[in-house]
Design a protein around this ligand. Structure first.
Ligand code: NAI
Ligand code: MG
Length: 486
C-alpha cells in the first residue's frame, strides 16, 4: 500500500449487504497512480456472482429497515453523511488525486461538491410531493412518488465523487436501494465514501459497491433482471450497450454521454471576463470533462484578438504531477493518453496549431502526461470539431453572424452544454432557446458546480436529467390512485 495515508476502509474489498468481502474467486485489479505510473493498491475484481449478491442485499434492505424509513429519516442520514465527507475531505481529495491524477485543488472541489450533493438531497428528501387531481364527483385522485426499487449506478473515472454524489444522493433520498459500480480506473473514493455511509447510519444493503471491469460487473449489473433503473455516465458506445441490456428487461435508463460543448463568443462580449473561462472550461481535469468547452466559436471581428489571447494563455499552461500545483495533471490512464495523442497527431497533420502548453521537466516519465494544444481555424465538420476527445485539446472556429454560430453550435451529434458570451439581451434569449443542448450558460459557465441545476443532454449526449430536483423525479415512479367515496 503506497497511498501515503491512513484509511478507514480496505480498498481491496467489496461492500455487499453491509459486509466488506473479497470478490467471489478472489480476483483483483491494480490501482495505478497516473502521475507516476506506479501501482499504489489493488481493488477487487467483482464477478456476476457478486452482482447477484449485491442485488439480493438491496432487495433485503427494501424489505427491511431501509424500506420502512420515512423520507425525513433518509434525509437526516444523507445530511450526516455530508458532514462526514466534509470532515474527511482532505483524505478523499488525496485518494482521488492519487487515483485519477487530478490536481489536488480540483480534487478538493470535488469533495466539497460531493458533500453539497448529500446535503442538497438530504434536505430535499421529504419535499417530494404528489398532487390531487380534480376528477369525477365522489372521487378523489392523488399521485404518489415511489422509488423504483433496486437502482444500478455505473459511473466513470473523470469526476468519481461528483458523479457518485449526484447519482447515489438522489436515488437514496427517494428511497431506492443502490448497487454502485465505480470505474476500474477510479474506485478508491467510492469505497471510502461508502464506508462513511455506514458511519452516517445508512442501513446495510441500501448501498452496495461492486468494483470490477465494465464488461463483467457493469454488463452483469445493467442486464440484471431484478434491477429497476440504470443510471450511467460515460461513453456513447457503452451507453448504447447499457440501454440495450436494460431494454431486454424493459427498465428505464438515465444516460449522460458527454459532448462537444461550444462556447460562442460574440464581438460585443466582455472579453476579459470571458477569457479565463474559455480556457479553464476545457483544460479542467485535463480536458476529461463531459461538459468540456472543447469548441470555441468566435465572431470574425474579434477572432484574431481572441486567438492571440488564448494562445498566450496556452503558452503558460503546464502539466505535471497531481500533487504539484500545476494547471493540469496527467490523463487517467495510458489508454486515455493513447486516444488523445491520436487526435493530436491527426490535428497536427491536418490543422493549424495556434499554441501549446508544456509538460513539466521533472514530471515522471511513466506518468500519462499530455501537453495541452489549441488548434485554430478548424473547419466545423473536421473530426476534431465533431468528436469527443476527452483530453486537453481545444478547437477555434470562426463565424460571421448569429445564424452561422447557431448552425455550427448545433452541428454535432452531441448536445450537452453551451456557453454564450454577449452583452445583447435579446440575442442571449434567442440563443438560449435555439441551442440544442441540456444547459445554456450566458456570460458564465459551470456545469460541474451547480448541484441545484438539472443536467443532461440531447442527441448522443444522452437522455434523462441528473442533479437538482429533477433527478428525484427520475429516481421515482408515479402512481395514480383514484378513490371512489361517493
Ligand atoms: P466507458 O463508458 O467504457 O466507461 C465508463 C463506465 O462504464 C466504467 O465504470 C466502465 O467500467 C463501465 N463499462 C464499460 N463497459 C461496460 C459494459 N459493457 N457494460 C456496463 N458498464 C460498462 O468509458 P471509457 O472507456 O473509460 O472512456 C472512453 C471514452 O468515453 C472517453 O474517451 C470519453 O470520450 C468517454 N467518457 C465520457 C465520460 C463522461 O463524463 N460523459 C466519462 C468517461 C468517459
Ligand atoms: Mg488510477
Amino acid at each position: 500500500m503506497k497511498l501515503n495515508t491512513k484509511l478507514w476502509f480496505d480498498p481491496s474489498r467489496l461492500l455487499v449487504g453491509g459486509t466488506w468481502r473479497d470478490a467471489e474467486g478472489g480476483g483483483s485489479i491494480p490501482v495505478e497512480n497516473p502521475s507516476t505510473g506506479e501501482a499504489v493498491a489493488s481493488i477487487a475484481a467483482g464477478t456476476p456472482g457478486d452482482v447477484e449478491a449485491a442485488v439480493r442485499a438491496a432487495e433485503a434492505a427494501l424489505d427491511g429497515e431501509w424500506g420502512a424509513m420515512t423520507a425525513t429519516e433518509r434525509g437526516r442520514i444523507l445530511i450526516r453523511w455530508a458532514r462526514l465527507v466534509e470532515e474527511r475531505a482532505e483524505t478523499l481529495a488525496h485518494l482521488e488525486s492519487t487515483d485519477v491524477g487530478k490536481p489536488i485543488t480540483q480534487a478538493r472541489n470535488d469533495a466539497t461538491a460531493l458533500a453539497r450533493y448529500f446535503e442538497f438531497y438530504g434536505g430535499a428528501a421529504d419535499k417530494v410531493m404528489g398532487e390531487t387531481i380534480p376528477y369525477q364527483a365522489g372521487t378523489t385522485v392523488l399521485t404518489l412518488r415511489e422509488p423504483h426499487g433496486v437502482t444500478a449506478h455505473i459511473i466513470p473515472w473523470n469526476y468519481p465523487m461528483q458523479i457518485l454524489g449526484r447519482s447515489i444522493g438522489a436515488a437514496l433520498a427517494m428511497g431506492n436501494a443502490c448497487v454502485l459500480k465505480p470505474a476500474e480506473d477510479a474506485s478508491l473514493s467510492a469505497l471510502a465514501v461508502a464506508a462513511l455511509a455506514e458511519e452516517a447510519g445508512l442501513p446495510a444493503g441500501a448501498l452496495n459497491v461492486v468494483t470490477g471491469y465494465g464488461d463483467e460487473v457493469g454488463a452483469a449489473l445493467s442486464a440484471h433482471p431484478r434491477v429497476h433503473h440504470v443510471s450511467f455516465t460515460g461513453s456513447v458506445g457503452t451507453g448504447r450497450r447499457i440501454q440495450s441490456a436494460a431494454a431486454e428487461n424493459v427498465v428505464p435508463v438515465t444516460l449522460e454521454l458527454g459532448g462537444k460543448s461550444p462556447h460562442i463568443v460574440f464581438d460585443d462580449c466582455d472579453l476579459e471576463a470571458a477569457l479565463p473561462t474559455l480556457v479553464g472550461a476545457c483544460i479542467q481535469a485535463a480536458g476529461q470533462t463531459c461538459s468540456a468547452a472543447s469548441r470555441v466559436l468566435v465572431q470574425r471581428g474579434i477572432y484574431a484578438e481572441v486567438k492571440a489571447k488564448m494562445a498566450a494563455a496556452y503558452g503558460r499552461l503546464v502539466a505535471g504531477p497531481a500533487s504539484g500545483g500545476f494547471d493540469l495533471g496527467p490523463l487517467v490512464s495510458g489508454r486515455q493518453k493513447a486516444i488523445v495523442t491520436r487526435y493530436i497527431a491527426q490535428g497536427r497533420d491536418e490543422l493549424t496549431v495556434a499554441a501549446e502548453g508544456r509538460i513539466d521537466d521533472d514530471a515522471p516519465a511513466k506518468g500519462h502526461y499530455v501537453a495541452p494544444v489549441l488548434f485554430a481555424d478548424v473547419p466545423a465538420d473536421h473530426a476534431l470539431a465533431q468528436e469527443e476527445i476527452f483530453g486537453p485539446v481545444q478547437v477555434m472556429i470562426p463565424f460571421e453572424d448569429e445564424a452561422e454560430a447557431i448552425r455550427i453550435a448545433n452541428g454535432t451529434d452531441y448536445g450537452l452544454v453551451a456557453g454564450v458570451w454577449t452583452e445583447n439581451g435579446a440575442r442571449q434569449m434567442r440563443l438560449a432557446r435555439r441551442l440544442h443542448c441540456g444547459q445554456v450558460f450566458v456570460n458564465n459557465y459551470g456545469a460541474g458546480g451547480g448541484v441545484e441545476l438539472p443536467f443532461g443532454g440531447v442527441g448522443k449526449s444522452g437522455h434523462g436529467r441528473e442533479k437538482g430536483f429533477e433527478a428525484l423525479y427520475g429516481f421515482s415512479r408515479l402512481k395514480t390512485v383514484s378513490i371512489r367515496h361517493g
